[in-house]
Design a protein around this ligand. Structure first.
Ligand SMILES: C[S@@+](CC[C@H](N)C(=O)[O-])C[C@H]1O[C@@H](n2cnc3c(N)ncnc32)[C@H](O)[C@@H]1O
Length: 241
């Protein structure tokens, strides 16, 4: 069954534009690029790459990038915008790569879109080399627990943000503009248990604040828990005696 991304591909491409939306431009790109640079990676897999914007940013530094995404229209757009890049129309649950193929695996706002997260994190870990990094930007679980209500306006005109049923994993159809896609809410503990269960080690955690944009957007982002960035390292193999 479709999760809406193929049908929403055109709307997503125009939402993201060349520079990315508010969240990417003013909140997430900076820490994601900083961590990617610190990893000293040469080869990168971007899981759920969409139309390939983050691959293009990394590729501009000389990194060798591969992007995967099950939405064929997004992969077609990525190839068109970056003909020298490697892109593949597959999901994260079964990655067509050898073990330990990449120095860095990125999941930039895609974990909330992946139905079988356990398989996907297992696959991302498998294709990561020992000593490599899994870099994640994701919707904060406190935010996804607001689906599908989110912000609501009271009779007196004040806005509040409803978080409910936090511990219940679920998928909801959410929409903004012309987009309509399925997102998964999972408590933060579910993500942590899967990442720790794959023996990954947390090296960095942040809930980055906005560093620019208009005052109204900044205020909304500062009021609710929106995003998190995590950098996990795959331990090096124990050296044989
Ligand atoms: C919010 S978009 C993020 C796109 C891109 N990473 C970015 O930040 O601009 C989520 C992406 O996850 C992709 N996605 C959905 N299901 C997936 C799956 N099973 N495996 C990998 N990616 C998936 C969608 O097609 C979509 O491109």
């Amino acid at each position: 069954m479709s999760n809406g991304w193929e049908e929403s591909a055109e709307a997503w491409i125009s939402t993201i534009g060349v520079e990315g939306d508010f969240a990417r431009r003013f909140v997430l790109d900076r820490p994601m690029l900083d961590r990617a640079r610190l990893s000293e990676a040469k080869t990168v897999l971007d899981v759920g790459c969409g139309e390939g914007r983050f691959c293009r940013l990394l590729s501009a530094w000389g990194l060798i990038t591969t992007g995967i995404d099950p939405a064929e229209s997004l992969i077609r757009k990525a190839r068109q915008l970056h003909p020298e890049g490697e892109y593949c129309a597959v999901g994260a649950e079964l990655l067509p790569f050898e073990d330990q193929s990449f120095d860095l695996v990125v999941a930039y706002m895609s974990l909330i879109d992946i139905p079988d997260l356990a398989k996907a994190i297992g696959e991302m870990t498998r294709v990561l080399r020992s000593g490599g990094h899994l870099l994640i930007a994701n919707l904060n679980s406190f935010y996804s627990a607001s689906n599908p209500t989110g912000w609501r306006e009271a009779e007196d005109g004040t806005n509040s943000f409803l978080i409910d049923h936090y511990l219940e994993e679920r998928s909801d159809w959410i929409g903004w503009g012309e987009l309509r896609v399925q997102n998964w809410h999972r408590p933060l503990g579910t993500y942590m248990a899967l990442l720790l269960g794959n023996n990954l080690q947390l090296r960095y955690f942040d809930e980055p604040p906005p560093h620019g944009g208009n005052a109204q957007q900044i205020d909304l982002f500062r009021r609710v828990p929106s995003f998190l960035v995590m950098d996990w390292e795959k331990p090096r193999m124990p050296v044989a005696a």
